[in-house]
Write a protein that binds this ligand. Sequence first.
Ligand code: GUN
Length: 293
Amino acid sequence: MAAKLIDGKVVSEHILNNLKPRIEALKELGITPGLAAVLIGDNPASATYVNSKAKACQKLGLYSEVITRPANIEQGDLLKIVGELNRNERIHGILVQSPLPAPLDELMVTLSIDPAKDVDGFHPYNVGMLLLGTPTLISCTPHGIVKLLEYYQIETLGREVVVIGRSNIVGKPVAALLMQKGKGANATVTIAHSQSRDLPSITRRADIVIAAIGKPNTVTGDMIKEGAVVIDVGINRVSDPSTPKGYRLVGDVDFDACAQKASHITPVPGGVGPMTIAMLMTNTVLAAEIGGA
Ligand code: GUN
């Protein structure tokens, strides 16, 4: 393998360690940052993510609540839960794990979260502030990607970034972050997606490829140029009877082939994933600092 591995575990540990003095300072003021995670239904991947988020809180000494409800919860009851969390003084950050089971209306739920407690950065207020270049609570996975690039001193200024995927959670906000003025940004950003014509000709232009499409092996070795940086946001479960769980996690990138050509590459797991959690913890501390201090 020619590429240098971008180690999300190392970078996330570094970020979490830097949060510790800020948490101590808040505790001296009598404030323990608190995160509430709302988990609806029985999607196993969502349950795993929410568990990891609660565990990260415990490890850092943050207060955490996990609220679980069945998939058939009424929309009004879910909005009531969020309303109570908005008023709960122990809670500085609220996240409702996505995707929500049908027919729940994800946008209505997001709109019901107090933007000052929206640690996912999904509320239109926070999305708008990001687009205007004045963000406070930045969505976690995109912010984590920017932090990875920064840590490994990967230049973005003037460089071609191709984002594959146009989701509200990753594709759109990471493009907005990397195109804005300022340090760690100033890139020329292209968003490609499932309807893009001739994807390989687009990705071969990129100095940095960010794959966030949710399909294994979307980015193959022939789709990247020599020396490109490859960031794999995908977390896909593929069946593997040889493992105890019966599945294994793979990204959106053909790792072995791309690692032969890339200068830097993220693994799955252990790349972007831990960064999402580290930035969620960062946002929870920030929300407590802004709201409580
Ligand atoms: N589902 C996948 N990623 C995320 C995330 O970052 N936050 C929430 N709330 N749901 C998700």
